[in-house]
Design a protein around this ligand. Structure first.
Ligand code: NI
Length: 137
């Protein structure tokens, strides 16, 4: 069984590799590498896989997922600059892929428990672009 909680947050970033010239960054990342950054209204689905608990009828209480993800991720990134303001993004190129991996690392050990585990993080940067991370394979 898969259960999913959806989250929304807004954040800004500049997608660039500091080891490359501005010209190379523009070739790879286009306007996403503009020096002063830009913002997105992100949507995230956190999905947990597990067995339905016979007593509660839940795989995991969705309100527990809500509180956990708000504390460990949303409160730290909402209305922030992902290049500058977020401790766990320090030195990380804030592509959608890299953000999803870092988010996974923030919550995996707190969600995994006997009978359930973090299954996926879907992070949507725009209506057309999203990534889904299933953990290290
Ligand atoms: Ni962007």
């Amino acid at each position: 069984m898969l259960i999913t909680r959806k989250f929304h947050f807004s954040a800004s970033h500049r997608v660039y590799n500091p080891a490359l010239s501005d010209e190379e960054n523009f070739r790879i990342y286009g306007k996403c590498s503009n020096p002063n950054g830009h913002g997105h209204n992100y949507v995230m689905d956190v999905t947990v896989a597990g067995e339905v608990n016979a007593e509660t009828g839940f795989v995991m209480d969705l309100s527990e997922i809500k509180l956990l993800v708000e504390k460990e991720i949303i409160d730290k990134v909402d209305h922030k600059n992902l290049n500058l303001d977020v401790d766990f993004m320090n030195g990380i190129l804030p592509s959608t892929e890299n953000i999803a991996v870092k988010f996974w690392e923030q919550i995996e050990s707190k969600i995994n428990a006997p009978g359930r585990k973090l299954y996926s993080i879907m992070l949507q940067e725009t209506i057309n672009n999203s990534v889904t991370y299933l953990g290290k394979k």
